[in-house]
Design a protein around this ligand. Sequence first.
Ligand code: BES
Ligand code: ZN
Length: 867
Amino acid sequence: MPGKKEFSRLSLDVKPINYSLRMKPNLKAFTFEGSEDIDVEVGKSTNQVSLNSSEIEVLDVYFQHEGSDEKQKAEIAYEKENEKVIFTFPAALQTGKGVLSVKFSGILNDQMKGFYRSKFKTSDGQEGFHAVTQFEACDARRAFPCWDEPAVKATFDITLVLPQNKLGLSNMPVEKESPLESDPTMKVQKHTRSPVMSTYLLALIVGEFDHVEAKDEDGVLVRVFTPVGKKEQGKFALEVALKTLPFYKKYFQIAYPLPKMDLIAIPDFSAGAMENWGLVTYRETALLIDPDNSSSKVKQWVALVVGHELAHQWFGNLVTMEWWTHLWLNEGFASWIEYLCVDHCFPEFDIWTQFVTQDLGRALELDALDNSHPIEVPVGHPDEVDEIFDAISYSKGASVIRMLHDYMGDEDFKKGMNIYLTKFKYGNTFTEDLWDSLEKVSGKPIRELMSTWTKQMGFPVIKVEQKRDGSTRVLTITQEKFCADGKKPEASFQWMVPISISTSASPDKPAKIILLNSPTTTVTLEDVKEDQWVKLNCGSVGVFRVQYDTDMLDALLPAIKDKSLPSRDRLGLQNDLFALCRAGLISSVDVLKVASAFVNEDDFTVWSDLFANLSNIAVLLQYTEYYDHYKSFIVDLISPVAERLGWEVKENEGPLMGMLRDLVLGKLGRYNHKTTVEEARRRFDGHISKSKPVPADLRGSVYSTVLSHGDEDVFQKMITLHNESDFLEEKTRISRLLGLIKDPKLMQKVLEFALSEHVRAQDTVFVIGGVTASKEGRDMTWRFVQDNWKELHHRYQGGFLLSRLVKMVTECFVTAEKLKEVQDFFETHPAPAAERTVQQSCENIQLNIKWMERDSVAVGDYLKNRN
Ligand code: BES
Ligand code: ZN
């Protein structure tokens, strides 16, 4: 836990009803002037009003009672640490209505939070700036003094003052535009009144953009804003949004409440996207699609992100969590339903299988650590709030909702959602409010069940042993907390676990579903033939791991090989096995043998998860003499699938084939498969000479292969490709791979490049992260991050990008010496919002150390002697 900072919520003796907020950004001086008239309700007489405010200069403050002609002026005092400003009036404000008028000014900062500037290239190649906002979680207070808490909702009348030739956008449509009297080069743009909403969902934009637009089937105006001259790149997202809005309307049985829905790509953006009501902001790579230069993976990503942010328009914006402790409600839910939406709009992505690796897998990995935290976690100070935008809130949140949805069935779940959203619209909720609505519809013990998942951290490992008696199988099932290091857990951890059981008679449909609500139970299955397998957790829907006895596991292996076990089950099974071996509960050699059973595998997602697991072991074996043997092991494992796929795109193949080809060829290339390396080089030459451009779906593998075997010449070519491209997807594809270069001098150049003006701050951490792929690169990067800590810390002001960086550069170390280095460094260089990440990294290093001691020699022997 981060050191608790003192914190208190604002007094609500005086509450806002409506803000009339006028903002005038200056894109030359990088400042802004603002004024607000806040209609307030004084519930309890007081002469002090505290608002949130940070890095803002408040110029003057007046209060006027309704019906009175007199204004009283306040004294202004700042509580900087608490991000508050306190207005003290000469006389107490009387109960009833009044107007609080505040004038203030601030800086358009370059830190991607609050009201900030974002750089772009104008059509004549000059440097230009947009003024944009990012307010979640606690940064509306950097733009204007306000009650910056999600439960303090109000309506907003936004007025922007901006140059005549610029575009102004906010949550609501423009009502009126008129020239600014004092300066005819400027205009005053008044936007219509918003519904009651939380401050973190406001958005203001002044800039230059093109757009495409259309109405959805319900008449909602949808617009996608792109860089000037690039409006074609907005078409795909527009198409997605046009399908998505009606999908949610039907799902929730509630119409989208605003008259317009804008989606806009912002060149400098710290998160992936932000769900501001009616004006969703995105990173360029999460919104823009160029048919010639976008990969299937990025298309899929755009669909997921749009699906996620538009879901928030209901779940989050219309109904909002009462406090950040319930952030997971927002993020977990949106991270679940984005898949439902993409599955509906683009079934060709088989997206639910990808959920199992992207979200469930990620959640289980993190949540097995001692330094995890419960989904619902008390938070106060903004640093603590920032810290919970993590895989627990997102991926574990989404995973427990998926398990719940499966347990309830779609019909009941949908009905419950409608009850919840209708009951609390324009209001705020606690986690329990959702459970109560779902419980009411289903009659199932939802609150009791779900509390075991949201109020305690971790998840169980379900151990299962089978006894055969003719055609009867008796399963003994037990639960205990799964610890990443395999230690005996405290018995006090218990969950209510829906467990499905399938057999080879019907692999996709559970033969039985039980609700485990005790440490142990037995289940009897009748009529199971001698050669049939029995598997728990059908479709990998449950948030737990399974540890089988040998008899059961052995029966499952042929079903991996012949793929009669469904893909999600194959994926989940091997993922559990890798985790069990990392915990020292089963042998790593046995798990590598299981991996060999995947030779016939052709599912993109299964391969991608299996590779991730194999790569974790590769990182450890880099520190041994067996690394080359391991590389050949992997090359042997994947050569057959590479043969089947070939380099050429087949007619009518779906997007997953392209993604699989890129994945497999990329691995073969990096693990030194000779003909793959040669072919990649040949194709790279054709790409550079423009005689035969490499299709976007293959660029990742070609670039990574030539870089990992490349010299200065290749490196320079890649840098040129990067600098010459004006498409961010292409730039990030290249910049994140640069670190694969083997020459230490060039690696150093990559690190410097990451901090240069060629890379935006939003991308820097990933470019640096790219250098950690090799042993040498990892050491070098760690040194570099320590040497440049001040600069990095300043760039991200603590924020979650810094946590990402800390994780990438530290968690793969394997020695006690490095562990100590990491611990010592962060002792003296605190990063409040990354404290938990540091703890998690240290825990991971310890797990690495243990694995090396325990398993590396046995694995080496196996690799050397396998035939
Ligand atoms: N509400 C978040 C944006 C956000 C993230 C604000 C972190 C403040 C801090 C948004 O809905 C979101 O979750 N965005 C994701 C993308 C999504 C598809 C998972 C992101 O930014 O990574
Ligand atoms: Zn979200």
